[in-house]
Design a protein around this ligand. Structure first.
Ligand SMILES: [Fe+2]
Ligand SMILES: [Fe+2]
Length: 141
């Protein structure tokens, strides 16, 4: 489990914190699989596996974004628009990664994980954290 949950990610909103933990868990599961099965898969099987993992994570992220956006709407969060754009950016990043993995060029199996982890680290610690601060105060969560 190379990507460890850290208290710095905790917003204090249990539903969101649980989803953020699951997000990391999905990345870890994919990473573990690549670490142990890499030699047993041919190029095409690996490509299909990466696409499946990436698409599973994207679907989870979509549902998670909907949860956050519903909470922000309910609380009239003033930065909802910007936050939505950051979520859209994630979906664009996932599309670019998907195209890259599907394309003819070489790809490293953990590259998509690194890119997404980088997004997660920044988004949760800054964008989500600011949202959490507002929601906790507004809703007494
Ligand atoms: Fe989030
Ligand atoms: Fe968010």
């Amino acid at each position: 489990m190379p990507f460890v949950w850290d208290e710095k990610y905790r917003l204090g909103i249990p539903e969101i914190d649980r989803q953020h933990q699951t997000f990391l868990l999905l990345l870890n599961k994919a990473f573990d699989f690549y670490s142990h099965q890499l030699n047993n898969l041919d190029g095409e099987a690996l490509r299909q596996r990466l696409l499946k993992d990436l698409s599973g994570l994207r679907e989870f992220a979509r549902a998670h974004f909907a949860t956050e956006e519903a909470l922000m709407e309910r609380s009239d969060y003033p930065k909802l628009g910007g936050h939505r754009q950051e979520h859209a950016k994630f979906l664009e990043i996932a599309n670019v990664l998907e195209e890259k993995i599907s394309g003819p060029g070489a790809f490293s199996p953990t590259e998509w994980i690194d890119v997404i982890l980088h997004w997660y680290d920044h988004h949760v610690q800054h964008i989500d954290w600011e949202m959490g601060d507002f929601l906790r105060e507004r809703e007494n969560l």
